[in-house]
Write a protein that binds this ligand. Structure first.
Ligand code: GAR
Length: 211
């Protein structure tokens, strides 16, 4: 059984997709051990509660320094000892100590086709604003392992989504969530739970389904 911790900041629609796919059996052999939010008002926390999933809030605002917040987050996760940490719209920079402690055991969903529109400053709606400003005709989403860079870790899955001339950032964001994020994030977790994802020399490989 793959025990996962899901880290969230806001709406939690990706968390919801993971919960739903575990409940309907699409994600196999996986349980959510804990949902952690850095924002006590995150709708994601309500979603966890509704499904009887343990949850807590660890907010930088409640600590005297970033260092103490980082240590608390790391200690919480070390005590929980999940097999996998899932960043599902977690808008906090992951401390390097945590990345080292959970090497190739942290995954993130990013709302573009990496390496486009990623890195420092590209998060949430900003990603879609930048994609529309550049006039790309295709965007999408990426699930990747987290390394010490920003959005630079091994890519696990990507899905492309067409951009329409009438798109606003909000409309494009929603379509990328529906058509890409809510599909590839659950799929990546299922593949990891099945032991089918390997990282070799900084590149992720997926073992082919045989059946
Ligand atoms: C999602 O679109 C996710 O890809 C993005 O934030 C949104 C969270 O939505 N993440 C990033 O931009 C990370 N760089 P959700 O809370 O409804 O899942």
């Amino acid at each position: 059984m793959l025990r996962i911790a899901v880290l969230v900041s806001g709406g939690g629609t990706n968390l919801q997709a993971v919960i739903d796919r575990i409940e309907d059996g699409t994600i196999r052999n996986t349980e959510i051990a804990m949902v952690i939010s850095n924002n006590k008002n995150a709708k994601a926390l309500e979603r966890a509660e509704k499904h009887n999933i343990p949850s807590c809030c660890i907010s930088p605002k409640d600590f005297e320094s970033r260092e103490v917040f980082n240590k608390t987050l790391l200690r919480t996760l070390t005590d929980l000892n999940p097999d996998l940490i899932v960043l599902a719209g977690f808008m906090v920079v992951i401390p390097p100590e945590m990345i080292r402690a959970f090497k190739n055991r942290i995954i993130n969903i990013h709302p573009s086709l990496i390496p486009s529109f990623c890195g420092t400053g590209y998060y949430g709606l900003r990603v879609h604003e930048a994609a529309l400003a550049r006039g790309v005709k295709i965007s999408g989403a990426t699930v990747h392992f987290v390394d010490e860079g920003t959005d630079t870790g091994p890519i696990i899955l990507q899905k492309a989504v067409k951009v329409k001339p009438t798109d606003t950032p909000e409309v494009l964001q929603r379509r990328i969530m529906e058509e890409a994020e809510w599909q590839i994030m659950p799929k990546a977790i299922d593949l990891i739970a099945a032991g089918k994802v390997k990282v070799v020399d900084g590149v992720a490989f997926i073992e082919e389904e045989t059946a």
